[in-house]
Design a protein around this ligand. Sequence first.
Ligand code: CP
Ligand code: NVA
Length: 306
Amino acid sequence: MEALKGRDFLSLADLSVGELDFLLQLAKQMKAGRANPHCNKVLGLLFYKASTRTRVSFTVAMYQLGGQVIDLNPSVTQVSRGEPLVDTARVLDRYLDVIAIRTFAQEDLQTFAGCAKIPVINALSDRAHPCQTLADLLTVQECFGRLEGVTLTYLGDGNNVANSLLLGCAMAGMNVRVATPEGYEPDAYFVEKAREIAKGKSEVTVTGDPVAAVKGAQVLYTDVWASMGQEEEARNRIPLFQPYQLNEQLLSCADADAIVLHCLPAHRGEEITDEVMEGSHSRVWDQAENRMHVQKALLASLLGAV
Ligand code: CP
Ligand code: NVA
């Protein structure tokens, strides 16, 4: 879609509903081998936090498109020695065709994007994980043949993954329920924005009641109880989050054909049990694979190869 060429992807809010649908359709076509866009461009990866899936899926996606990837590890660039982000951005803009950044503050992504003309992709921030949501939606679509009207329940910490899911599900016409302990609700901006988009079409619920939230749901989703950067609080959160653990008991309250998703990495025995992760409802490996397909579609679109 020509309209996406040269744009940034910092949040799902950067896409229209039509553009989101286009990306998912393109990813589906590319996964099936029915579309093979090509672009001989260079992607930079600037990751301030650890990553397995995002790093590797972006790298493989770019190689498969015919492009190259440079890993701009902060520890071996001047970034870790304090070079201002605005200076780094203006220089990298002259070398690269597109950059994916994993960082703490969403504002850093906006600062970088404001200084660079190349597309900037949010590869996770404390606030949002929009690439993950693209893969999640593709997975739900594959499992149910549609997104509209499907009910997804997210259990646990109202974090970056929950924020992006709220927006993505609302944009896709899904019902979305988020169940968290008090004080760990998703960011109010994302809840309000999702409600605004869903108004009159689907439901957006934020609750403290995990059992009510999973009742009849077709997709159960969870993520770690403490995200990267919150490791010190992790142990203290366990008792508070225990009722939100995705286990057989909660799963039995959902729709009989419900699927289980987790963005990974998982802390088995905390937010999800081994049984559920390995059980017949789990689609977590397809979900992880889909990171590559949606990001390939995203790169091809932002680089104007489709
Ligand atoms: N889900 C996800 O973003 O995984 P990584 O942290 O391994 O990239
Ligand atoms: N919420 C998690 C997601 C990891 C992919 C984190 O930010 O650490």
